[in-house]
Design a binder for this molecule. Structure first.
Ligand code: FES
Length: 115
């Protein structure tokens, strides 16, 4: 099982029970730290682009948060959405709060500020 995080296109192997937030942290793709979930902060929000069936389904706490905050059907909380089973499938996830690699920051500056 592997998970790819967009927009960075960083891929990591994943195991059953790993949360999407844990995996994104493991490869340095996000700056979000788990808030302890009481209350939920929502900073770990992600959009599942592909492979939703490989993730655990929403439990009450996440479902209530998603409903109150107008989540679209493909949006999840990364700290609560976990890998359901370790198989050959692939999950693609777009992070809302991600870390740009240094070369990405430099490229963005060149394209947007220096032209
Ligand atoms: S990190 Fe706060 S809700 Fe997920």
């Amino acid at each position: 099982m592997k998970v790819t995080f967009l927009p960075l296109e960083s891929t990591t192997p994943a195991s059953e029970g790993d949360s999407l937030l844990f995996l994104a942290q493991k490869i340095g793709a996000t700056w979000v730290e788990c808030c302890g979930m009481n209350p939920l902060c929502g900073k770990c929000k992600v959009s599942v682009v592909e492979g939703e069936e490989s993730l655990t389904t929403m439990r009450n706490k996440e479902f209530d948060y998603a409903k109150e905050n107008g989540f679209l059907p493909y949006q999840r909380l990364g700290c609560l959405a976990c890998i359901q089973k370790d198989d050959e499938s692939e999950v693609w996830v777009e992070l809302e709060n991600y870390v740009l690699p240094q070369e990405g920051v430099e490229k963005w500056h060149k394209e947007n500020l220096e032209s």
